[in-house]
Design a protein around this ligand. Structure first.
Ligand code: HEM
Length: 527
């Protein structure tokens, strides 16, 4: 921090001169060039026009979701094992192999719905996006703090986000729109039970979990694949806020979580998370009551124990919030050798969406920005030009042959690592169908029963407050869903808004849903 008291603008001031971006010294930064002291201004006023037109362009489009966020840097340190087993049995990804091996990371925490300056005490899922700068190129693990998601097919993403975002006419976020959509989307029940409990407002970014949410694959040296889910557990513990706590925090600051992170790292209190991974054989697991590719589900920990594979420490904040937080770009397609996609229908949609929006939001050469570059791996492409390109990414080689194949010069294809494509063989008709085993209520009910009393009370209160602002048909359908989640939830929220089981038992299941035998039994016993 500069000592302002010793500064002056006269002789003895040893600061550097201000220039414009052409390198011209700025002699007068207070007055435009005008005809006489009272104007008019002249159009050749280059210095002024440069200054003001750059200012006019300071904002780039904010992220369409997750606009409010903060980036921090640190490292990931591998344990070299999956629990007690050698990790190379499951993945050949280099960053995991050796005990103690460190990989630089950037982590961006975020909220989802609000704009860039919105409150960090909002009830909202939190984004938890980690970029690993590995020697094989970058790996992005783009997750959230709740472990599940609202929907299981990417085609519904714009709708769920429109329902959650402010009304397009009044620009007010409205429970009536949110629950209108949710009441017609039973797959979101598991997410709602999490989001409207205290977990929906983490105390700050340091005290929240992270999850990959979607199902990915690991690939070993033999090309064998397993399905995996990722979990980040904070060493600091998990802390959440009730609606009332959050209102108090928000009354003081809308950026308390960013401030908390800056302050913790500044005082050397580096936050740390352990990465745990669940593994499942790579097939459709007909024995389970859910589909392993369904991101509205968690995998039972008794059957699929999460095992530690490493830890992550954050120890540095960015120097330039815009360059490192606004322009950092993550995507689910950004994987390295030994890691792979699954056929999860959300993951496929996400993988298109991220780089698509980043070409628009940041620009087609967004991967040349320092924060997004694969810093630890050579980058040599034949991609050229486009807005703001400022070097040829060929890692220093002669840039003339910008095509492949060539007998003259240029780049050649890398050799494919060790094996042909593996994994289950897939056949089927082209179709538009939801997955079997939707089982929308079971895990939502289990989550509700696992909550502590105060969490359950807060959940019921939140649902009651918000549903009381909704239209009667939406209220009835939501109470119907809640009875299917867990009798107590339907009963208590229903009581709060004056709707009992008798008022909803006439409702037919939605055309867009499948019920299990257990769901039907619950319905038969309603009222
Ligand atoms: C950000 C799309 C589901 C986590 C974004 C962005 C888009 C997007 C367009 C803005 C990216 C940018 O401007 O750089 C989608 C689509 C989804 C989906 C189409 C479903 C099909 C999810 C899910 C999660 C998630 C399930 C959590 C597991 C995130 C995070 C960010 C983000 C953490 C912020 C990344 C950052 O900090 O820059 N998403 N998303 N998204 N999404 Fe998703």
């Amino acid at each position: 921090m500069t000592d302002v008291s010793s500064m002056g603008s006269g002789p003895g001031d040893d600061r550097e001169n201000l220039t414009n971006r052409q390198g011209h010294p700025v002699y007068d930064n207070q007055n435009q060039r005008t005809v006489g002291a009272r104007g008019p201004a002249t159009l050749e006023n280059y210095q002024f026009l440069e200054k003001i037109s750059h200012f006019d362009r300071e904002r780039i489009p904010e992220r369409v979701v997750h606009a409010r966020g903060v980036t921090a840097y640190g490292y990931f340190e591998a344990y070299g094992a999956w629990g007690d087993e050698p990790i190379d049995r499951y993945t050949r990804a280099k960053l995991f192999q050796e005990r103690g091996k460190r990989t630089d990371v950037a982590l961006r925490f975020s909220t989802v719905i609000g704009g860039r300056d919105s409150s960090e005490a909002a009830r909202d899922p939190r984004g938890f996006a980690v970029k690993f700068y590995t020697e094989d190129g970058n790996w992005d693990l783009v997750g959230n703090n709740l472990g599940v998601f609202f929907i299981r097919d990417a085609i519904k993403f714009p709708d769920v986000i429109h329902a959650l975002k402010p009304d397009p006419v009044t620009f007010e976020q409205q429970p009536r729109r949110i629950f209108d959509f949710m009441s017609q989307t039973p797959e979101c029940m598991h997410m709602l039970v999490n989001l409207f409990s205290p977990r929906g407002i983490p105390a700050d970014y340091r005290h929240e979990q992270g999850f990959g949410v979607n199902t990915y694959k690991w690939v070993n040296q033999q090309g064998e694949t397993v399905l995996v889910k990722y979990h980040w557990m904070p060493k600091q513990g998990v802390r959440s806020m009730t609606e009332e706590d959050a209102a108090n925090v928000q009354a003081q600051s809308t950026g308390h979580a960013t401030k908390d992170l800056y302050e913790a790292i500044e005082r050397g209190d580096y936050p740390e998370w352990e990465l745990l991974v669940q593994v499942m054989e790579d097939h459709d697991h007909p024995e389970l009551d859910f589909d392993p590719l369904d991101d509205t589900k968690t995998w039972p920990e008794q059957e699929f124990p999460p095992k530690p594979v490493g830890r992550m420490v954050l120890d540095r904040m960015p120097d330039n919030f815009f360059a490192e937080n606004e322009q950092i770009s993550f995507g689910t397609g950004v994987l390295v050798d030994g890691l792979d996609f699954s056929d999860d229908k959300m993951l496929v949609g996400r993988t298109f969406s991220y780089s698509d929006t980043q070409r628009y939001r940041v620009g087609p050469n967004y991967l040349q920005l320092p924060v997004n570059q694969a810093r630890k791996a050579p980058v040599r492409t034949n991609q050229r030009d486009g807005q703001m390109e400022y070097f040829v990414d060929k890692d220093g080689e002669s840039p003339q042959v910008n095509y492949e194949p060539s007998l003259i010069d240029g780049l050649r294809e890398a050799e494919y690592p060790t094996h042909d494509e593996q994994g289950p063989e897939i056949t089927g008709r082209l179709t538009r169908k939801r997955i079997p085993r939707t089982n929308d209520y079971l895990q939502a009910g289990q989550r509700f029963r696992l909550m502590e009393d105060w969490e359950r009370d807060d959940l019921v209160k939140n649902f009651t407050d918000l549903l009381s602002q909704c239209d009667r048909p939406v209220q009835e359908r939501m109470i119907w869903h809640f009875f299917l989640v867990e009798n107590e939830l339907g009963q208590r929220v229903g009581e709060g808004i004056g709707i009992g089981a008798d008022d909803v038992k006439h409702l037919e299941p939605l055309a867009s849903q499948d019920l299990t035998d257990e769901d039907r039994e619950r319905l038969a016993n309603l009222g």
